[in-house]
Design a binder for this molecule. Structure first.
Ligand code: GDP
Length: 528
């Protein structure tokens, strides 16, 4: 197959949702369609379950599963689909944010009863800021939930999206009869049988005709006609370009558990979802069909076995072909590396591959050379942007609890930060180290992993910080900046790259500081 055809047949995306909306179930049904797995229950949930086991054991278990589910690839209808796993748990939101830098589109899963939830809001916002094309799947239609119009309204308002339904439910809960597929103009009746698939859809050429009444009963048919009329009146017609530029979000209804409405979603996805997109670097925008390979690291996974401290760096191929045993430039280090066993990912396994194409994810064995955000090229000095650090929300001093193991502690902390588990800050005033995380769970993870993987011990001390913000000044010599540095000396730190960070102890103090020093900018991500 030609190089450009390989690119055209790839779809790399992520599924985002609030925990429990049905992401795992939907993923599994998609894989079933692709023939990648053959039974339900094959995809393990990567959820952190509270309960019988202690949290960090649960995290280790989850880490094992998440290697397996990091990338799930399958073929459907001649299309190569890569699903990138995005943890739903809020303490791992940063992982998800970073993974979103490697997807070309997303599917947002929403629970029909719960509507738009907190995690959905946060994740969709990140996608919206990056103009990532989104398809919405409203799940659990077999249960009583919100009215379709009410939900579409809620999605528009809370998520700040502009939606248009491409399927429409006929009833819901006990009364759920099926869906009308606006995209394909047919009806799919709900039987509650998860094995049912494509053959059962019934083409409806004339919605006004008696055919529909016979199928779903007069009352439901009338109801559907009225609702569709309203929907056609209120929502814009689907426009692929608008969708691709992130301005219009098509919506599907269904029930993942019953494998209902999933085939419709998948067929539409395959036909409209973007092929691998161009990506901006600091120097220029790179097109996927350029001949030379370029890619970037968006995720690093440590080996769970402490005796083998190698890691797996996940590289998204942006342009060209990634080939086994070919030397590539690690731009930050200015060194060439060859990879003899790059991994490609399939449904539940990984395999060594010779060639990967734009849109694909390759897993590279790494002994500590990579950091999240690193760029690989065939020699060009490119720096991909867009794997920023996000302002952490939990802060603690980290102390060495075993003076004999200082080196191990430093190395461990260093590598864990490279993996993106948390962020390390150094206070300007006294050089003390502060760890900032998005979720409180990470402190346990760090402590546990330092001990089990690096043989080092740490303790924490609380630090009252509301948010860390990155400080930008146009003029480092200005009186205002100097005064800021003097007055706020106690609250200043540097991140790992040496960028200046301001620790605000409350929202109020952040506002006051912003007002007092109007020439300074306070950013919530490291990239500005
Ligand atoms: P995730 O946290 O988003 O990955 O959610 P899961 O896929 O694990 O689903 C959460 C729960 O919702 C599980 O108990 C599923 O069986 C259930 N579930 C998923 N889809 C549906 C559905 O369409 N209908 C119903 N009734 N339950 C569902």
């Amino acid at each position: 197959m030609k190089f450009t055809d390989e690119i055209k047949r790839r779809r790399t995306f992520g599924i985002i949702s609030h925990p429990d909306a049905g992401k795992t179930t939907l993923t599994e049904k998609l894989l079933l369609f692709g023939g990648a797995i053959h039974e339900a229950g094959a995809v393990k949930s990567n959820k952190i379950k509270k309960g019988a086991t202690s949290d960090f054991m649960e995290i280790e278990r989850q880490r094992g599963i998440s290697v397996a589910t990091s990338v799930l690839a399958f073929e459907y209808d001649g299309v190569k689909i890569n699903i990138l796993d995005t943890p739903g748990h809020k303490d791992f939101a940063e992982d998800t944010f970073r993974t979103l830098t490697a997807v070309d589109s997303v599917i947002v899963v929403i629970d029909v009863a719960k509507g738009v939830e907190e995690q959905t809001e946060k994740l969709v916002e990140v996608c919206r800021m990056r103009n990532i094309p989104m398809i919405v799947f409203i799940n659990k239609m077999d249960r009583e939930g919100k009215d379709a119009f009410e939900l579409l309204d809620e999605i528009e308002q809370k998520l700040n999206l502009s939606v248009t339904p491409l399927s429409f439910p006929i009833g819901m809960g006990y009364d759920f009869k099926g869906i009308y597929n606006i995209w394909e103009k047919n009806v799919n009746l709900f039987t509650g049988d998860p094995k049912k698939d494509i053959e059962d859809t019934i083409e409806i050429s004339d919605l006004g005709g008696p055919e529909l009444d016979k199928l779903i009963g007069e009352k439901a048919a009338d109801n559907l006609r009225t609702e569709l009329e309203l929907a056609y009146g209120v929502y814009p017609e689907f426009d692929k370009d608008e969708y691709l530029s992130g301005n219009l979000q098509p919506v599907f209804f269904g029930s993942a558990l019953n494998n209902f409405g999933v085939r419709e979603l998948l067929d539409c996805f395959v036909s409209i979802a973007p092929t691998p997109r161009a990506k901006a670097s600091e120097e220029r925008t790179v097109q996927p069909d350029e001949k030379q390979f370029t890619g970037f690291v968006f995720k690093i996974h440590a080996n769970m076995d402490p005796k083998h401290r190698d890691r797996l760096a996940f590289v998204k191929v942006v342009s060209g072909m990634f080939e086994r045993n070919k030397p590539y430039l690690h731009v930050r280090q200015g060194k060439n590396f060859k990879f003899s066993s790059p991994n490609a990912f399939f449904a539940e396994k990984k395999e060594i591959v010779d060639v990967s194409y734009p849109g694909d994810i390759v897993g590279l064995h790494d002994t500590g050379n990579f950091k999240i955000g690193d760029t690989l090229t065939e020699g060009e000095l490119l720096h991909y942007r867009g794997v920023p650090s996000f302002s952490p929300e939990h802060f603690r001093y980290i102390n060495n609890a075993d003076p004999m193991k200082t080196k191990q502690l430093e190395k461990g902390v260093d590598q864990l930060m490279d993996e993106g588990v948390a962020q390390l800050f150094t206070l300007e005033m006294n050089g003390r180290k502060v760890i900032g995380t998005v979720g409180a769970l990470q402190f346990e993870v760090i402590q546990y992993r330092l001990e089990h993987e690096y043989g080092a011990k740490c303790t924490y001390e609380n630090l009252n910080v509301y948010k860390a913000t990155w400080v930008e000044t146009k003029d480092p010599k200005s009186e205002e900046f100097k005064e800021f540095k003097r007055v706020k000396a106690k609250y200043l730190a540097h991140d790992k790259r040496g960028q200046l960070v301001f620790f605000a102890d409350s929202q109020f103090s952040l506002q006051m500081t912003q007002q007092k020093y109007p020439s300074l900018k306070f950013h919530f991500t490291s990239e500005f």
